[in-house]
Design a protein around this ligand. Structure first.
Ligand SMILES: Cc1cc2nc3c(=O)[nH]c(=O)nc-3n(C[C@H](O)[C@H](O)[C@H](O)COP(=O)(O)O)c2cc1C
Length: 253
């Protein structure tokens, strides 16, 4: 069983490739949450895997909330995650291990892979140049087969880029990030909006609808995954003043 979350397609790509490689069932976490499907019925000897992006040097809160609600039917034999990040993961592994404690599950493998940057809602943060994004994608494509082999062989491994000052980032900055920046109150559209509804269809949480003027409205359940921002064909979606003149990432999955 593989549970995954992805906003802009990087982790989705990894999850789809992983599922093809190991032949396990793939479940999109927002779908499971929407359907109230928290029963994780593992077959004998089945692995339990998670794929998600790093959000503020930890797994997205949505993934942690989902894990806390999961009902797992048996003792797991091999549990792992693969996470994608623009730079590094901070203490993602520690936070994830703590989330699994409730289920008395020990992680067997924690694997990370660098992918193009998607976060733009803070000053100084922008997408990678096209060249850097392409380099990251090509490198990831080269590295993924080895990651999948690690999992298929059920090896024990922790291989994540932790980066500098992980404690500060994960345990001090992250709570502030959720308090002030994980909100949809700051999303708005410029007059360039053409009312195409791409933002509505791409939102993984079904949190956007078009109003009578065919302008997007956010409904209060946003994880700031940035999917709506990046997909907009006319770059009309903005987050306060933070995204002025920032780039967009063309998702490849
Ligand atoms: C809300 C948010 C927070 C992020 N925080 C981090 C971070 O702490 N470290 C990092 O290296 N990348 C960070 N990123 C970048 C993503 O982890 C990276 O681009 C990831 O591959 C996106 O995956 P997705 O396309 O599946 O959504 C962040 C992205 C978002 C949207």
């Amino acid at each position: 069983m593989i549970y995954y979350f992805s906003g802009c397609g990087n982790s989705k790509y990894v999850a789809l490739e992983l599922a093809k490689n190991v032949g396990d069932k793939l479940v999109f976490i927002p779908d499971a949450m929407k359907n109230g499907d928290f029963e994780c019925n593992l077959k004998n000897n089945e692995m339990l895997g998670f794929v998600f992006p790093v959000y503020c040097w930890a797994p997205p809160q949505l993934v942690l909330d989902f894990i806390s609600r999961l009902k797992i039917n048996k003792t797991t034999v091999y549990t792992y995650f693969i996470t994608t990040y623009g730079d590094n993961a901070g203490h993602t592994e520690k936070v994830f291990r703590a989330a699994l404690k409730k289920h008395n599950i020990e992680l067997s493998a924690c694997l990370g892979i660098q992918m193009p940057e998607t976060y733009v809602n803070m000053s100084g943060m922008d997408v990678d140049t096209k060249e850097v994004a392409l380099q990251k994608i090509n490198r990831a494509k080269d590295q993924l087969p080895e990651l999948f082999e690690t999992i298929a062989d059920r090896r024990y491994l922790s291989d994540l880029e932790v980066g500098n000052n992980p404690f500060l980032k994960t345990y001090i900055v992250r709570p502030l990030f959720y308090k002030f920046l994980v909100t949809d109150k700051k999303w708005w559209t410029t007059n360039d909006c053409i009312g195409c509804g791409s933002c509505v269809s791409v939102c993984p949480l079904e949190n956007i609808s078009l109003n009578d003027n065919r302008r997007p409205e956010w409904k209060g359940n946003c994880t700031t995954c940035e999917a709506c921002y990046h997909i907009c064909p006319v770059h009309a979606i903005q987050f306060g003043k933070a995204t002025k003149e920032k780039g967009q990432y063309q998702r490849f999955c």
